[in-house]
Design a protein around this ligand. Structure first.
Ligand SMILES: [Zn+2]
Length: 179
């Protein structure tokens, strides 16, 4: 029985790894979220993506999430993630995968480039979990947006309600339709 269980668990981890590679995840994400060996992951990565994984550091800074358009994309993703977290009993990484797939569908439906990579989405959930970032409700539209934890909630206005002057009339993902 134990053997069957371990085979099932391994199959599940391979499936997760393959899904993440298809979504464009960095190798570090796979290393962190599966128990498969580095050599095995490297082989899988090359097989599935047809290329070697990119080297270099993961994005460790929260700054990117605070810039205007990325913040709207990050907030859209987190709204989906929070919804799934409450609605479905999934493992943490599966919630990230599912939320990211829905985020991609949402941006495709609106003909918007998906600015948020799956690796950044995964980092974002970690930043929220460890309190480096949080979600704050906009005082105008009531949507939940990614902010620093010390944001003044009583005065917070989101980037959709108060876009920077240089932003022009570009289309932004519609947060309201995810509710
Ligand atoms: Zn707003």
């Amino acid at each position: 029985m134990a053997r069957v269980k371990s085979i099932l668990s391994e199959a599940r981890q391979i499936e997760r790894a393959v899904t993440l590679i298809h979504l464009g995840a960095r190798l570090q994400v796979l290393e962190s979220e599966t128990e498969l060996s580095y050599e095995r992951l490297l082989r899988l990565y090359k097989e599935v993506s047809g290329r070697s994984p990119s080297k270099g550091q993961l994005p460790f800074s929260t700054d990117w999430f605070m810039t205007w358009q990325p913040n709207i994309h990050a907030s859209l993703f987190m709204n989906i993630h929070e919804y799934l977290n409450k609605a479905a009993a999934l493992d943490e990484i599966d919630t990230v995968i599912k939320a990211y797939q829905l985020y991609l569908e949402h941006t495709q439906a609106q003909n918007i480039e998906a600015l948020l990579s799956v690796t950044r989405a995964w980092r974002l959930v970690k930043f929220i979990d460890n309190g480096m970032l949080t979600l704050t409700a906009c005082t105008r539209c009531r949507g939940q947006f990614v902010t620093h934890p010390h944001e003044m909630a009583r005065h917070y206005v989101c980037g959709l309600c108060n876009p920077p002057a240089r932003a022009g009339k570009g289309r932004s993902p519609d947060l309201a339709s995810t509710h």
